[in-house]
Design a protein around this ligand. Sequence first.
Ligand SMILES: NC(=O)c1ccc[n+]([C@@H]2O[C@H](COP(=O)([O-])OP(=O)(O)OC[C@H]3O[C@@H](n4cnc5c(N)ncnc54)[C@H](OP(=O)(O)O)[C@@H]3O)[C@@H](O)[C@H]2O)c1
Length: 219
Amino acid sequence: MARPYVVLNAAMTLDGKIATVAGDSRISCEEDLDRVHRLRASVDAVMVGVGTVLADDPSLTVRRTRGKNPMRVVVDSLAKTPRGAKVLDGSAQTIVAVSRRAPRRNVEKLRAMGARVIVGGDKEVDLPMLLERLYALGVRKLLLEGGSTLNWGMLRQGLVDEVRVAVAPRIVGGEAARTLVGGEGFAKVSDGVEIELKNVGRVGADLLLTYRVKGWRGA
Ligand SMILES: NC(=O)c1ccc[n+]([C@@H]2O[C@H](COP(=O)([O-])OP(=O)(O)OC[C@H]3O[C@@H](n4cnc5c(N)ncnc54)[C@H](OP(=O)(O)O)[C@@H]3O)[C@@H](O)[C@H]2O)c1
């Protein structure tokens, strides 16, 4: 199956959280935000789960550097993306990927807002199908910007090639706070996704770790 090259990027605290218990996800330092915007300008599309749209209302555009806005992709089984969401503001092309369970009325509303709707999957969005469709639309490099649940869905199915994590010098705790990867999780460490450290750097006050995904036994 031809699919885009996928880079998962996130900012997390030293204790692995990508948001606090209250949902505050402003973890990156200014320099790291600049880096993320440069990264966005270098990809064809940027993708998030609907949980991130509902929690953060990101615009996913390039604002802190020059460059073109990538296509925006929201993974949203039930087409719940609110009409007022910034991803539907028309400043870049937006695709909402929904499952066959999505109420037709919601889908029509999204289309009326100018979004392209891709349908696939009985319960959740069929991610391999979505990546194949994106590839057919010309997407060769895709930036996955979370959140926790979508990161799991993508990693579990072997759909991530590279992981870049900015580790902020903060510890926020909280059992309910979202971590880099959520979902069901693997029972054994040896079943986990194997990654290889490629680079260690500093971005402002943050530590930037870059890994190549080697695979895992389920791949
Ligand atoms: N620090 C960072 O870098 C960063 C970046 C992004 C997000 N965040 C934080 O992460 C949190 C949101 O994470 P989240 O886990 O709640 O939501 P999420 O990962 O953004 O979205 C997950 C949702 O996507 C939908 N989905 C549809 N098909 C799926 C599939 N095949 N696999 C996985 N998900 C699928 C599901 O909702 P439906 O069933 O309704 O479709 C699922 O609940 C927020 O607090 C946000 O601030 C932090």
